[in-house]
Design a binder for this molecule. Structure first.
Ligand code: GKR
Ligand code: MG
Length: 412
C-alpha cells in the first residue's frame, strides 16, 4: 500500500483546428500521464494537464509522495502541497489542485486494483451503470494552417449548415442524445442561428451553447431571450460573477459555468448572488474524484444543477469522469467530453471505454478498469519531445491566420 514511485509522462497528440473564443486549437494537444507505483507492483493511472509548469510540479512531487500510503489521500494531498510550496512559497493554490488531481485519480485506481473493486465503488457506489455524454460541436477549419493535406475527416464547420452536418456525424458515430455548441467565435446572431438550425434538424434534442464569457451582459440577455425555449442551458455567456448574476436575472434560462465558479471558495458568492444555476464539475480542476463527489452534495444542498466540463483529453480522463459521474446521486445533464475529437489517439488498450448511444458504460474491472498501451504512451511522449511545445496558445495560433485577432472579453 506504500507508494514507491511516481512516473509523470508528458504527451502530445493530434488535435483538429477547433475554434473558440480564445482562438483555435493548435495541431497538438498536451496532456500528462501519471503512473503511481505501489509496493507489490500495482500501478495506478491518472491523466492531467500537459502545461510545462504543471508537469514540472507533478514530477517534483515524487520525493514527497514516495513512502506515503496510497489509501491516505489526506497525506498524499499534504505531500503534494509541501512539494509545491518548497518550490515556490507563493504558488497559486489552483496549481496545487491541478497537480494533485491526476495523482488522486491514480491513488483511486491503485486502491481499486488492490481491493479488486471499481473506482465508482470506492466513491460510494455507482448509482447508474452508464453515464450520458453530449456531442460537443465546434466551429472548425477543414485542416490546420500550412498543411497541404486534404481536409480532415470532419471537414469545415463555419456556418449553421456546417454545424448541423457535424452534429449529424457525431450522432451517427456516437449516438449522442444531447448537443453542445462551443460558441464565442462568430457574431452572436450567427451562433444563435446555428442553435436554431440544430433545433430544427434534431427536434427534441437538448441543446446548450458556451461562448466562454465573450458576450456583454446586454448581448447575453438578448441571445437568452431569442433562444428561450430552445436552449436547455446557456453556459458562461459573460465574464465574472457580477455579470453572470445580472444576466441570470433576465435570462429566463438556467446559466451554467466552468469559468465563474471554479473552486469551493466561490460557491458561497455564486449562491448569494444567484449567478449560476448549474455548476460544471471537472475533477482535474476541483482536486480529484473525492472532491468532485463532494461538490455534488453541495450542489444538491443549494438546489444547484450539476454536470461536467471537459478539455481536450484521452481515455484515462474519460474513465475517471465516468466513474465519478456514475457515483453522483444526482447528475442533471449529459456530461461534456472532447473524446470524439481525440479518442482515436488514445494510449489505452482498446475496448474498455467507448462512447455508444451517447453514453459510456461504467467499467466494472478493478480500479478505473482500463489498461495502458505502453507503446502508444512512448510514441506520444516522443511526439511531445519532438514538438518542443510547452503550453497551449490558441490565441497565437489564430493570429498566424488573422494577425489582428485579440482575445478580449467581452467582444460582442
Ligand atoms: O476545447 O476549445 C476548447 C474549449 O473551449 C475548452 O477549452 C473549454 O475549457 O470546453 C471548455 C468549456 O466548456 O469552457
Ligand atoms: Mg464552458
Amino acid at each position: 500500500m506504500i507508494i514507491q514511485d511516481l512516473i509523470v509522462t508528458p504527451i502530445a497528440f493530434p488535435d483538429p483546428p477547433l475554434l473558440n473564443a480564445a482562438g483555435v486549437h493548435e495541431p497538438l494537444a498536451l496532456r500528462s500521464v501519471v503512473q503511481l507505483v505501489v509496493a507489490g507492483g500495482v500501478v495506478g493511472l491518472g491523466e492531467g494537464w500537459g502545461e510545462r509548469d504543471v508537469v514540472e510540479a507533478m514530477t517534483c512531487a515524487r520525493d514527497e509522495l514516495v513512502g506515503q500510503n496510497v489509501f491516505d489521500l489526506a497525506a498524499v494531498e499534504a505531500a503534494v502541497g509541501r512539494s509545491i510550496s518548497a518550490r515556490d512559497q507563493g504558488a497559486d493554490t489552483r496549481l496545487q489542485t491541478i497537480v494533485f488531481a491526476p495523482i488522486e485519480v491514480a491513488c483511486h485506481d491503485a486502491q481499486g486494483k488492490i481491493l479488486g473493486v471499481p473506482v465508482s465503488t470506492l466513491l460510494g457506489g455507482a448509482v447508474r451503470d452508464s453515464v450520458d455524454f453530449s456531442g460537443y460541436l465546434f466551429y472548425k477549419w477543414d485542416r490546420h494552417l500550412g498543411t497541404a493535406a486534404a481536409p480532415d475527416r470532419w471537414g469545415a464547420a463555419l456556418d449553421p449548415a456546417g454545424i448541423v452536418d457535424q452534429a449529424r456525424t457525431m450522432i451517427d458515430e456516437f449516438g449522442f442524445r444531447s448537443l453542445k455548441l462551443k460558441a464565442g467565435v462568430f457574431h452572436p446572431d450567427e451562433e444563435a442561428a446555428a442553435i436554431e438550425a440544430l433545433a430544427e434538424a434534431f427536434p427534441g434534442t437538448p441543446l446548450r451553447m458556451d461562448p466562454n464569457g465573450v458576450w456583454s451582459v446586454e448581448t447575453s440577455v438578448a441571445i437568452a431571450e431569442r433562444l428561450r425555449g430552445t436552449l436547455q442551458y446557456l453556459e458562461d455567456p459573460t465574464m465574472g460573477m457580477a455579470g453572470m448574476s445580472a444576466v441570470a436575472q433576465d435570462a429566463g434560462i438556467p446559466l451554467a459555468t466552468n469559468m465563474c465558479v471554479v473552486g469551493f471558495d466561490q460557491i458561497a458568492e455564486a449562491v448569494r448572488t444567484d449567478a449560476v444555476q448549474i455548476i460544471l464539475s471537472d475533477h482535474h480542476f476541483w482536486g480529484g474524484l473525492r472532491r468532485t463527489r463532494e461538490l455534488g452534495v453541495i450542489c444538491e444542498t443549494f438546489g444547484l444543477g450539476l454536470s461536467m466540463h471537459s478539455n481536450s483529453h484521452l481515455g484515462i480522463s474519460l474513465a475517471a469522469m465516468t466513474h465519478v459521474a456514475a457515483a453522483m446521486p444526482r447528475i442533471d445533464y449529459a456530461c461534456d467530453t472532447h473524446y470524439p475529437w481525440n479518442g482515436e489517439h488514445d494510449i489505452l488498450e482498446p475496448g474498455a471505454i467507448e462512447i455508444r448511444d451517447g453514453a459510456v458504460r461504467v467499467p466494472t474491472g478493478p480500479g478505473l478498469g482500463v489498461e495502458l498501451d505502453e507503446g502508444r504512451l512512448g510514441e506520444l511522449h516522443a511526439l511531445y519531445t519532438a514538438s518542443g511545445r510547452t503550453h497551449r496558445d490558441d490565441e497565437a495560433y489564430m493570429q498566424a491566420a488573422q494577425p489582428d485577432f485579440v482575445d478580449v472579453r467581452p467582444r460582442f
